[in-house]
Design a protein around this ligand. Structure first.
Ligand SMILES: [Zn+2]
Length: 344
């Protein structure tokens, strides 16, 4: 296999790697004397003499041949100056670490990478948490964030719903405003209402075409849990729901809210707003999944009363769920008016 090197070689090049350039290079004596990287054999920009290396590193005389090999290689590979001069490029943080770190025999590369990355925290104003706080214009404490990020995993078994929650928290979705920043030719306007800038908060919450959808979702939560959740994106998008809320009610809220979010994502880049009947159908699927999950493990689901409550409510409103509409516009209008006409 032909092996091509950088020209000139990085000073962070391990001495052991010279064998890829010079197959007969005997690196072991060099490494045994503590010479691990190319930078160590340079002084004032030039390759040290063999005598100097012997003095500093106690390099054995038997390594003179490998020294000549290295010198010749550096001389011929440095096409610009034809000298074995030092590469003066600024070293990356990885290269600097490679040169300066005294790595123990038990060094684990992946752990080492994490140790390097962790001190370099992203700027606080670029974190999703900070951006949500700016959008919602309210501080969110670390404890609240801890509850938000761990809440769904404790109460929900559906991986797609947990994934949905994580994607929302971490602002994973590419909204028009963000796409516009990357590609200036792309429109920054909301693709749904075509009126306002498509920010994260607009696309998920503020868009006029979603207002009724979220109001109806709030009504479903109130009907099925008897809890009036405030119409607040912190609760509806991040799932910041008071801890004192009974567990089963909180769990049903998570199912309803995350499914509602999923439907918005499902209609991404379309002008359509999600429909309440589709939301109900999807939550039904969650009920079937959770019930089957419990049965498969011969467990009496502690959620069975919760889903029973859901089914009772759904049956009571069945005729409205299956209402047929002649065309899409009328269907969407009717769906938006559905909860209002049946439950208010
Ligand atoms: Zn909009």
């Amino acid at each position: 296999m032909k092996f091509e090197t950088a020209n000139p070689l990085s000073m962070a090049t391990p001495i052991e790697a010279i064998t890829y350039c010079i197959p007969t290079f005997h690196a072991t004596p060099w490494m045994g004397r503590g010479i691990s990287h190319l930078a160590q054999v340079f002084e004032s920009g030039d390759l040290m003499s063999f005598e100097r290396l012997t003095t500093i590193y106690n390099l054995p005389h038997t390594s003179r041949y490998s020294y000549i090999q290295l010198k010749s290689f550096l001389h011929t590979s440095n096409k610009d100056s034809r000298r074995e001069t030092k590469d003066t490029r600024e070293l990356s943080i990885w290269e600097q670490t490679g040169i300066t770190a005294k790595l123990p025999q038990t060094f684990k590369p992946l752990s080492g990478c994490y140790r390097l990355i962790l001190p370099y925290q992203p700027l606080s104003d670029s974190t999703p948490a900070h951006q949500w706080e700016m959008d919602l214009q309210t501080p969110i404490t670390e404890r609240q964030w801890s509850n938000i990020t761990s809440s769904t995993r404790k109460l929900i078994k559906s991986a797609p719903l947990i994934e949905q929650h994580q994607k929302t928290i971490y602002r994973w979705y590419m909204v028009p405003l963000r796409i516009h920043k990357l590609y200036p030719n792309a429109s920054p306007t909301c693709w749904r209402c075509k009126q306002e800038k498509g920010s994260v908060l607009h696309i998920w919450w503020k868009c006029p075409r979603l207002i009724r959808y979220w109001e109806d979702t709030q009504k479903i939560i109130a009907d099925t849990t008897t809890i009036q959740l405030p119409l607040d994106p912190k609760a509806f998008l991040l799932l910041d729901i008071p801890r004192e809320t009974p567990t089963q009610a909180r769990k049903l809220m998570y199912h309803i809210l995350l499914t509602a979010q999923k439907l918005i994502a499902r209609l991404w880049k379309t002008t359509e707003a999600p429909s309440i009947p589709t939301l109900i159908q999807d939550i039904d699927n969650q009920a079937i999944y959770e019930t089957s999950f419990s049965k498969a493990r011969n467990r009496t689901s502690c959620s069975s009363s919760m889903w029973e409550q859901w089914r009772v409510w759904k049956t009571a409103n069945k005729q409205h769920v299956s209402r047929q509409q002649p065309n899409q516009t009328q269907r969407l209008d009717a769906e938006r008016g559905w909860v209002a006409s049946t439950s208010r």
